[in-house]
Design a binder for this molecule. Structure first.
Ligand SMILES: Nc1ncnc2c1ncn2[C@@H]1O[C@H](COP(=O)(O)OP(=O)(O)OP(=O)(O)O)[C@@H](O)[C@H]1O
Ligand SMILES: [Mg+2]
Length: 352
């Protein structure tokens, strides 16, 4: 399978018995794009990826690479590179042989295999580990071998299913940079599955937020971050302060009675009545006038503090601030009206 312009999923559905794991899933990925599928456990991310790779057969719809139907092809004829969460390296084969495997399967001439393996390992900065066994490498190094193996076959498309989730925080960050660098250096087209908002935001040209096998919203990271379509997407974009709301003209009222919080100067959401409201911790600002609250908890995060504020009626607000506050301190805060999002969808206590 060679170069292509676009990969298209057209109304793809997949059922496991009566269970609909993917439904009406339509998406176009252009050559060179980095697209992330983002969503909670069980929303169908791996299922979507496995439909692309050919490991799962779709129930209806079509997958096309330019004008060619590919959902009818077996995985090996699609020839996509795969990177999984758990490395999936052959433990008894050296790093060199692991990376060579896919090329040998494709009957690439020996001398060329040699060259491409060395090039792929140099790209992931593992040239000096070429004769080790996977068990002699760190988790991050093993995952880099898995990435080298996927890119060595020079696939039209690389599919990655939570490749960093087994790594510790520092390695995760390092390898994230590495994946981004490789994507640009090799001009890859990548589809990347994650449930980590930061990963999706930092890597992607486009993010696809999924829920229960369906697409909730797709767009550039900035677009989703600044203008999520609904409360579900907002929560994935870090809008940790979310509440049911009643509107009093342009004022949103959260809570009841004298302790209710009021946010003024808001415009109703497109598509009707506001049912919920959300804003991010970094949009909560300490102010001389505003809503009164008590500092209930302070967590130091290096660059800033994550502060739990309790307002009069007992509601909690999460604030990220560079100003130091003390537990028990009485403060006031405000949120700029343009940073507050109103949604027509009902508030649900916890993101699924
Ligand atoms: N072989 C199967 N038979 C029946 N149901 C399945 C099968 N594989 C997956 N499912 C169901 O399909 C849904 C989507 O699963 P999938 O593995 O795609 O989720 P995911 O988004 O990748 O989640 P995670 O983040 O936990 O990996 C789940 O509810 C799961 O239970
Ligand atoms: Mg999965």
């Amino acid at each position: 399978m060679s170069k292509f312009q676009a990969l298209t999923l057209d109304r793809v559905a997949l059922r496991f018995g009566p269970f609909q794991a993917l439904d009406d899933f339509s998406l176009t990925i252009r050559a060179g794009e980095f697209v992330s599928l983002l969503g909670p456990s069980g929303c169908g991310k791996s299922t979507a990826l496995n439909c692309l790779s050919g490991l799962l057969k779709i129930s209806s719809g079509a997958i096309t690479l330019d004008d060619r139907r590919i959902d009818v092809l077996p995985p090996e004829r699609r020839g996509f590179g795969m990177v999984f969460q758990n490395y999936a390296l052959f433990p008894h084969l050296s790093v060199r042989r692991n990376v060579a495997f896919g090329l040998e399967m494709r009957k690439v001439p020996k001398a060329e295999v040699e060259q491409r393996v060395e090039r792929a390992l140099a790209t992931v900065r593992l040239a000096n580990q070429i004769d080790k066994l996977p068990g002699q490498l760190s988790g991050g190094q093993q995952q880099r071998v898995a990435i080298a193996r996927a890119v060595a076959i020079e696939p039209p498309l690389v599919l990655m299913d939570e490749p960093l989730s087994n790594l510790d925080a520092k390695l995760r960050l390092e390898l994230r940079h590495e994946i981004k660098r490789l994507h640009h250096a090799l001009g890859l087209t990548t589809i990347y599955v994650t449930h980590d908002q930061d990963e999706a935001l930092s890597l992607s040209d486009r993010i696809v937020v999924m829920r229960d096998g369906r697409i909730q919203q797709q767009g550039a990271p900035e677009a989703l971050y600044n203008a999520p379509d609904n409360l579900y997407v907002a929560r994935f974009m870090g809008y940790r302060n979310a509440f049911p709301v009643s509107m009093d003209r342009a004022t949103a009222v959260v809570g009841q009675g004298p302790g209710a919080m009021r946010f003024d100067g808001l415009a109703a959401p497109s598509g009707g009545q506001a049912a919920s409201l959300a804003f991010r911790p970094d949009d909560v600002k300490l102010a001389s006038t505003g809503i009164a609250a008590e500092v209930a908890q302070v967590e130091y995060c290096g660059q800033q503090w994550l502060v739990d504020l309790r307002v009069a009626d007992g509601t909690h607000i999460t604030m990220e601030t560079h100003e130091r506050v003390a537990m028990g301190e009485q403060v006031k805060f405000s949120v700029a009206p343009e940073r507050i999002r109103l949604f027509a969808d009902a508030y649900v206590p916890e993101a699924g």
